[in-house]
Design a protein around this ligand. Structure first.
Ligand SMILES: Cc1cc2nc3c(=O)[nH]c(=O)nc-3n(C[C@H](O)[C@H](O)[C@H](O)COP(=O)(O)O)c2cc1C
Length: 234
């Protein structure tokens, strides 16, 4: 194989430098216990749409974002940015823009089968979670690499897959911290890039309100598929 030519402006380009990998391996008993506890915590995760305004320490959110940043990514491009919003005015602007888009969606833009699927979740165009939750984590996917100084750009690989895995880790970490989240995708959500002032290579991926559930929060009574339904042994 010919050695590739490196562009000095490309942070991903470089020589292969292997280093030893020596993870700590738990005993079978500890591994079993940890995995069961993790499953139990994750099975308790629900999408929460009614948030308390109770404050939550930023450190919990920061640690969850660091955890998200441990995700694998195509060619190790790490094509994600996590914008954290706590400012009430910015949250209000996001809510107003999201509700405007959602109103259009619920009033005709969404096909009937989509509306039917949402009906049992009890969602509508009112998005109070966007102002009630103490933090909004807005995840941006970097469609390509962009060096703001030189204007150098290069494709990013498997961006959607990479950011999806990172968001999964983020949600898991917040759940372990006892926090409530919602995976919210107002559609279209271009307004988020404008409000957050993100560069041209970043696309809004999801908005995640983070906080505590309101004392009177409810969730839809829906079931998760069993192991038999989601696993096949080949
Ligand atoms: C990619 C994605 C987009 C979603 N978008 C929304 C949304 O815009 N609004 C909303 O209320 N819930 C949204 N959800 C939450 C789902 O409705 C929810 O995960 C599903 O009903 C299962 O409920 P659970 O999360 O409580 O297990 C979204 C979830 C995913 C994974």
């Amino acid at each position: 194989m010919n050695a590739p030519t490196f562009d000095p402006r490309d942070p991903l380009a470089g020589e292969y430098r292997p280093v030893p990998y020596r993870p700590t391996v738990p005993t079978a008993e500890v591994a079993d216990q940890r995995q069961r506890q993790f499953l139990d915590r994750m099975q308790q995760r629900r999408s929460i749409r009614d948030f308390s305004t109770e404050p939550v320490p930023i450190e919990l959110v920061e640690r969850a974002i660091l955890t998200a940043g441990s995700a694998p990514s195509g060619a190790h491009a790490q094509p994600w940015t996590f914008a954290v919003v706590g400012d009430p005015d910015v949250k209000a602007a996001i809510r107003a823009a999201a509700e405007e888009e959602e109103r259009r969606s619920y009033d005709g833009r969404m096909p009937d089968d989509w509306l039917a699927a949402l009906h049992r979740l009890g969602t509508d165009e009112v998005k109070s979670h966007l102002t009630d939750a103490p933090w909004l984590v807005i995840v941006f996917a970097q469609a390509h690499y962009l060096d703001g100084d030189s204007g150098y750009t290069r494709k990013h690989y498997y961006v959607q897959e990479s950011v999806g895995i990172a968001v999964g880790l983020l949600l898991a970490s917040l759940q372990l911290a006892g926090l409530a989240t919602l995976t919210h995708t107002p559609s279209p959500m271009k307004f988020l890039a404008e409000i957050c002032g993100r560069p041209a290579n970043e696309r809004p991926y999801v908005v995640i309100p983070v906080g505590r559930p309101a004392p009177d929060a409810t969730v839809p009574d829906i079931a998760r598929k069993s192991l038999d339904e989601i696993m096949v042994r080949i």
